[in-house]
Write a protein that binds this ligand. Structure first.
Ligand SMILES: C[S@@+](CC[C@H](N)C(=O)[O-])C[C@H]1O[C@@H](n2cnc3c(N)ncnc32)[C@H](O)[C@@H]1O
Length: 399
């Protein structure tokens, strides 16, 4: 069947919303690869890194800009050429349903010069390759899975079933067409309900009986599913492009699922870069009249959830649990909860005397006070690893 979306998507220059998606994919995948590469040194057996692109597309757009499989190959190649590679094998797996897209992609993959990357590709629906994908995942210690449908084609239960047993050290990035889902939910046609149910993994009666609005149901269900697989489930909304311009909305969502807070940070950092590039969002902006809503939010979390103190890891997990709205971030002075932003707000509390830190010396800025090392947390050290974050305790100062 000829899907006209293929022409609209790949037969035109890459749209801004796709550039946003690819920027976030590229930065997050690159950091995933770097972290796995470091950890791989200490593991004796797990020496393979695999990137899996379930909805791989055509590989190239009308303006010759690269699609996700080629973006991934470039990153794997650069990694290989850096001289720092600790893996025995770097693999890429692509599945693509549309014959023409598959042929175009296949041609590009064959032409690709890097012999050090093993490419597997499958023509057809990714679900028909589930067994092969599972076997590849089983033999691959580390990896990254990208599921990028146009609309509601992804059946989340099938994805979970395919990944369930072998996703331990793999990160998962999934695209959702939120606007289409919300529109279909509004219309409530029976065939639409079925699609929504498959895409977000909800049963029809739960969907039809829910009192919440659709965005709450969406967030709740997506988190519920990915939390079965991973500790962190991060969601970010971003707009579509109309007549070459982004419209300020949360049309699409990218959901990133990982066990590694440093990767959450990389994902959010690249999202923040896109907000800075395409909107008037700026982390440096001041809001003298109303105070900083983020600051109050973080303080409220400390007071209500962790009055007895908590680790930076727990606090970060709590703060990043709420999906982010592009629309909201461009109109309020909320900050994207990157580790840098969260630590800078915590340091403000510290400097006001509202909190204290208990941690090893090397996460602090060096101060020439009689106490030796102390003072503000250095975000680069504090957020360097999950262990560092778990070893920093934050306690409210009693007044
Ligand atoms: C949004 S495009 C992918 C774009 C690509 N990931 C990129 O960033 O360059 C979605 C692709 O998924 C393909 N597709 C749709 N259903 C599929 C399925 N069940 N299995 C594999 N591919 C599918 C479509 O033919 C289309 O090429």
């Amino acid at each position: 069947m000829n899907d006209k979306r293929n022409k609209q998507h790949f037969g035109e220059p890459k749209k801004i919303n796709t550039q946003i998606k690819h920027h976030i994919l590229s930065n997050t995948l690159n950091t995933s690869l770097a972290i796995a590469n470091n950890l791989c040194k200490v593991y004796k057996t797990d020496k393979v890194y695999t990137y899996i692109d379930l909805f791989a597309g055509r590989g190239v757009f009308e303006d010759y800009s690269k699609g996700s499989p080629l973006i991934a190959i470039d990153l794997l190649s650069q990694h290989n050429e850096s001289g720092k590679n600790n893996f025995n094998d770097l693999q890429i797996v692509c599945t693509e349903k549309d014959d023409k897209n598959y042929c175009d992609l296949q041609r590009l993959l064959i032409e690709y010069p890097d012999e050090n990357i093993t490419c597997y590709s499958g023509s057809g629906e990714w679900e028909s390759f589930s067994a092969q994908i599972q076997s590849i995942l089983k033999d691959s210690g580390w990896g990254f899975i990208f599921a990028d449908p146009y609309s509601t084609e992804l059946d989340i239960e099938s994805l979970k079933n395919a990944l369930q047993s072998y996703s331990k050290l793999k990160d998962i990035l999934v695209f959702f067409n939120f606007r289409t889902l919300a529109r279909q939910d509004g219309r409530k046609y029976i065939q639409d309900i079925d699609r929504i149910c498959k895409n977000i993994g909800i049963n029809a009666s739960e969907l039809l009986d829910a009192d919440e609005n659709f965005s709450e149901i969406f967030e709740y269900k997506i988190k519920e599913h990915f939390k079965d697989l991973k500790k962190f489930v991060i969601g970010v909304g971003f707009p579509t492009t109309v007549k070459g311009q982004l419209i300020n909305s949360d049309y699409f969502y990218l959901i990133f699922s990982t066990n590694t807070p440093v990767l959450v940070d990389a994902f959010l950092d690249s999202y923040e870069e896109m907000l800075e590039k395409y909107t008037n969002y700026s982390v440096n902006q001041q809001m003298p009249l109303f105070g900083n809503p983020d600051k109050n939010y973080i303080f409220d979390v400390l007071k209500t959830e962790y009055s007895g103190g908590c680790t930076l890891y727990d606090l970060y997990k709590h703060i990043t649990d709420k999906f982010l709205s592009w629309k909201e971030l461009t109109k309020t002075i909320k900050k994207v909860p990157t580790i840098k932003n969260v630590v800078s707000i915590l340091n403000e509390f510290y400097n006001e005397g509202s909190i204290k830190y208990i941690a090893n010396n090397d996460v602090f800025y060096k101060k020439n006070s009689k106490h030796g090392y102390e003072g503000n947390l250095r975000y680069s050290e504090a957020g360097k690893s999950a262990d560092n974050m778990k070893n920093i305790r934050i306690c409210l100062n009693s007044r």
